[in-house]
Ligand binder design. Structure first.
Ligand SMILES: *Cc1c(COP(=O)(O)O)cnc(C)c1O
Length: 427
């Protein structure tokens, strides 16, 4: 996290001190580094360029659900990113952020009619369809609108991503996609529908993968499927290998993005030469975490210290409603104090004010802290703010994007009155 470092003993985001950000914007506060976002996206774009892929034959579709702030989407859109969405709401965000709907792919197992209609109105690039009933419904909706829907089928390659069960999606028992064995039959059904254009194939086997071997195994199975489909007269124009490269939270050493993409392109090229008659096929990626995860931190202030017989608690003003990952996946986030080297450390559980024992952010950490001190949870840029809730009627945190020595407020802190503004008392 080189864009978050100590300068003269104070933790900075790029050139802005987190202490000054807390003074200006309050806490809890999500702070993102623009330079980190650009650098992380560029790792994908540069690897596409290195493999001599133009815009026409490689597309990075940023996974909006990992961090959907309009400023983040706008920045990535200007860098040339497409977008992977999982709801109509996310499509509206992409459009509001100035993103190009024709570079949008729509994933998810439960797309509703309204969402399909909205996506068709905006002529999105592709629906990543996850079941036969879904493609049948999409065919109907497109027919009603006098349109055709481009689809890719999410195939479940039954590869073990060896990641946390909650973020593993490519195994038989998962709710996602169609089983590999059923894929051919599903494609035949889809290709016969009058308002459907089969254009691609996709998979997404899980998240926070440190090694690319399972992804490459999935790619091989997808490539075999393309051959089988083309033998049946169903041509495939793009293959989409999903997201999933992990990041360093603690001491993990994920495969560098450039190396992974290089291997993907090398395999695709070798296959094209040998079996695909040199015909082009567009390669797509859907990264989320690896672009935003380490580009953001959650800044928080210590409210109280409770020194107990068996445990010490640091009660901070951020909570599980702000950063859900520890409570949900027992995820580990590094904790740093904003002021460096504050004397003798004790072991603390860092917890929030929410009334749940599951409301913890970090456990058993050596921290030298006092009431009122500021600390940050690192690597909070992905699945942080997007998973935040209003549990305990807590307004969601503000968000700031730092660019060099400038800090931009990109989302205001929620006002509690807004949280119940849609509710009605019954007389
Ligand atoms: C969540 C998701 C992604 C992004 O995964 P990361 O691990 O954040 O890269 C990509 N594709 C689909 C279908 C997803 O559900």
């Amino acid at each position: 996290m080189s864009h978050f470092s100590y300068r003269n003993g104070v933790l900075h985001a790029e050139q802005v001190s987190l202490q000054s950000l807390a003074q200006q914007f309050g806490s809890p506060l999500y702070v993102y580094s623009k330079a980190a976002l650009v650098e992380n996206f560029s790792a994908y774009a540069d690897a596409c360029r290195a493999a001599q892929r133009s815009d026409a034959d490689a597309l990075v579709c940023y996974s909006v659900k990992s961090n959907s702030n309009l400023a983040v989407l706008n920045l990535l859109g200007r860098l040339g990113s497409g977008f992977d969405i999982v709801s109509g709401g996310e499509l509206l965000r992409v459009i509001a952020a100035g993103g190009d709907p024709r570079r949008v792919i729509f994933s998810g197992v439960g797309k509703g009619r309204d969402e399909m209609r909205l996506a068709l109105e905006h002529d999105i690039l592709c629906f990543n369809v996850e079941s036969i009933p879904e493609v049948a419904r999409l065919n109907e909706v497109a027919g009603e609108m006098g349109k055709r829907a481009r689809i890719s089928l999410r195939v479940n390659p039954n590869v073990d991503a060896k990641t946390h069960p909650y973020i593993s999606t490519g195994l038989k028992e998962n709710k996602f996609g169609v089983a590999y064995e059923d894929a051919l039959g599903c494609y035949r059904t889809a290709a016969a529908l009058p308002n459907i254009d089969v254009v691609g194939i996709d998979c997404h086997i899980g998240s926070q993968l440190l090694d690319d071997a399972p992804l490459l195994e999935a790619l091989d199975k997808i490539i075999d499927m393309v051959d089988a489909l083309e033998a049946e007269g169903i041509p495939i124009h793009h293959l989409d290998i999903g997201g999933g490269i992990g990041i360093t939270y603690d001491d993990e050493q994920p495969v560098p993005v450039g190396d992974y993409l290089g291997r993907v392109f090398a395999r695709v090229d070798a296959w094209r030469q040998k079996k695909h008659a040199g015909r082009p096929i567009k390669v797509m990626f859907e990264p989320g975490r690896s672009i935003v995860g380490n580009a953001g931190v959650l800044l928080s202030q210590v409210q109280y210290l409770k020194h107990g017989e068996t445990k010490n608690f640091a009660v901070v003003d951020a909570a599980m409603n702000d950063l859900m990952r520890p409570a949900m996946y027992e995820a580990w986030h590094e904790v740093k104090t904003v002021l460096e080297n504050r004397g003798d450390a004790r072991v603390y559980d860092v917890v929030g004010p929410v009334c749940e024992s599951g409301d913890w952010l970090a456990r058993g950490r050596d921290l030298a802290i006092a009431e009122g001190d500021l600390l940050v949870l690192l690597s909070a840029g992905a699945y942080g703010m997007t998973m935040a809730s209003n549990y305990n009627t807590r307004g969601r945190a503000a968000e700031v994007l730092v660019d060099g020595d400038q800090a931009h407020l990109i989302r205001e802190r929620e006002n509690p009155a807004d949280l119940f503004a849609l509710e009605r008392i019954v007389e």
